[in-house]
Design a protein around this ligand. Structure first.
Ligand code: SF4
Length: 54
């Protein structure tokens, strides 16, 4: 099973290796930006459309 920690978008928290930020580049018609949300390192990535292997 692929998990978030294997994903290019996952950036581990230095003080807690079991969690990290999922950082996504969002492009809308006027601008591109990054948004981050906390995820668990071992979260199931198989349902995630944005998963990219590191
Ligand atoms: S939620 Fe999806 S895009 Fe974000 S780190 Fe996990 S697998 Fe990657």
């Amino acid at each position: 099973m692929a998990t978030c920690k294997e994903c290019k978008s996952f950036f581990v928290f230095e003080d807690n290796p079991e969690k990290g930020d999922c950082v996504q580049r969002v492009v809308d018609p006027r601008q591109a930006y990054y948004k981050a949300k906390p995820v668990a390192a071992d979260q199931d990535a198989s349902q995630c459309a944005s998963f990219q292997k590191k």
